[in-house]
Design a protein around this ligand. Structure first.
Ligand code: PMP
Length: 443
């Protein structure tokens, strides 16, 4: 039997993926729809403390957190204990049938922690996409308007409405239409590709498109990721979000922040909107909220959240008691372990390492992001054109050397780093030594 013990180290005992992973992957190919892709067919047996151990006994450094989910750490002891306790008490009743206090407590915590000190309400769901859909439903009943504005490079999910809201065709939308209507797209502030356009100027450009092509009187909601996730960690120029939020407020449009990827300490603030003091009408959360258990939420102004008729929102599993117990443990852990500050410190460290590589290598066009949500956009230095091929080669080499790194971006040319916040500085330094060497070798 391979040694599959969890210890905070990078340990390669076979090729990546190893023989047992390959055996499992052959079974996956025969049993699982090929529509479910796998980035790195390394089959996990344990994870935590910034590493992921596979069936062959390899220990990989986790720079992805399962796409920004295990922010407090994988199988964090506080979360694991809360889940075990709740699972032994009861696993489900359906909150809409016979409720329980965990659900209420999570909503109270969200109402307390999300931006703004106005009166709030929350509702719980299962996935980011489901919560985004519900935010749109709530905004539509509140405003009695139908249109929804989203942005270039946006990602909001894979359900029918959220596919329409997502910008990128492959792989998210191709062949899956027709899509929901009344969804309109405005230009994003993308500092690296905007040629010096200021945040307020980029907001004016977006507002002009919205005014001319939709009309505020038809518009229920503007939905935006305060830092775009799948779209390439695009952080809008300062001033973009505040101007947009103010315009929404002036025009009776519900301003919805999709903080599914940016929420819960990830960006070095509890929520990314906090960075510029933006107070959204509704905030959508998921991913980092429950340490890997499926949970999502919409939180916002009481008068907006209470607009739908009783029974209009809900679902069998939304706010499952085990997921709620995990969320309460996550929130306690963020506060107890000082994880907001830890995310900021990780951000400073990663930015320093990446800008040092960038100083020697102009293919690293842009290092950006905040907190433990940092990315590098790779380009042809002569033309600034996106270099997806280089991104693929660097990611493949990193995987082979035991780093779990993800890529993203409209052009597939962004490497993104989303480490769990319980990772050690030593592991981060080792990971970036390996990456620096890969950039040297990948010419
Ligand atoms: N919104 C954003 C900003 C996301 O990053 C994601 C997931 N990557 C979603 C929505 C959809 O979340 P889920 O996969 O849980 O449906």
């Amino acid at each position: 039997m391979p040694d599959t013990a969890l210890s905070p180290e990078r340990r390669l005992v076979t090729a990546i993926p190893g023989p047992r992973s390959l055996e499992l992957h052959a079974r996956k190919e025969a049993a699982v729809s090929s529509g479910i892709g796998v980035m790195l067919p390394v089959y996990a047996v344990a994870a935590g403390g910034g590493v992921l151990v596979d069936v062959d006994g390899n220990s990989l450094i986790d720079l992805g957190s399962g796409i920004a989910v295990t922010t407090v750490g994988n199988a964090h002891p506080r979360v694991a204990a809360a889940v075990a306790r709740q699972a032994q008490a009861f696993t489900h009743t359906c909150f809409m049938v016979t409720p329980y206090d965990g659900y209420v407590e999570v909503c109270e915590a969200l109402n307390r922690l999300t931006p703004g000190d106005h009166e709030k309400r929350s509702a719980l769901f299962n996935s980011g996409a489901e919560a985004v859909e519900n935010a749109v439903k709530i905004a539509r009943t509140h405003t009695r308007r139908q249109a929804v504005v989203v942005f270039d490079h946006a990602y909001h999910g894979r359900t029918n409405l959220t596919m329409a809201m997502t910008a990128k065709n492959m792989p998210y939308k191709h062949g899956f239409g027709p899509f929901a209507n009344e969804v309109y797209r405005a230009p994003m502030s993308y500092p690296f590709r905007d040629e010096g356009l200021s945040g307020p100027a980029a907001a004016a450009r977006a507002i002009d498109v919205i005014d001319k092509q939709v009309g505020a009187g038809n518009l229920a909601a503007v939905v935006i990721e305060p830092i775009q996730g799948e779209g390439g960690f695009v952080a809008p120029a300062p001033g973009f979000l505040p101007v947009l939020a103010q315009w929404c407020s002036d025009n009776g449009v519900v301003f919805v922040a999709d903080e599914v990827q940016t929420g819960f300490a990830r960006t070095g603030d509890l929520f990314a909107c906090d960075h510029e003091g933006v107070v959204p009408d509704l905030v959508v959360t998921a991913k980092g909220i429950a340490g890997g258990l499926p949970l999502a939420a919409v939180t916002g102004r009481a008068e907006i959240m209470d607009a739908p008729h009783a029974g209009g929102l809900g679902g069998t599993y939304g706010g499952n008691p085990v997921a709620c117990a995990a969320a309460l443990a996550v929130i306690e852990t963020i506060e107890a372990d000082g994880l907001v500050a830890r995310a900021a410190a990780i951000g400073a460290r990663l930015t320093e390492r990446l800008t040092a590589i960038q100083a020697r290598d102009p293919r690293l066009g842009d290092v950006r992001g905040r907190g433990a949500m940092i990315a590098v956009e790779l380009v042809d230095p002569a033309t600034g054109e996106p270099d997806a091929e280089l991104t693929r080669r660097v990611a493949t080499a990193a995987h082979a050397q035991g780093l779990v790194v993800l890529s993203c971006g409209t052009w597939g040319n962004v490497l993104r780093f989303l480490p769990p916040l319980d990772i050690t500085d030593a592991l981060l330094d080792e990971a970036f030594d390996v990456l620096a060497a890969i950039f040297e070798e990948t010419r």
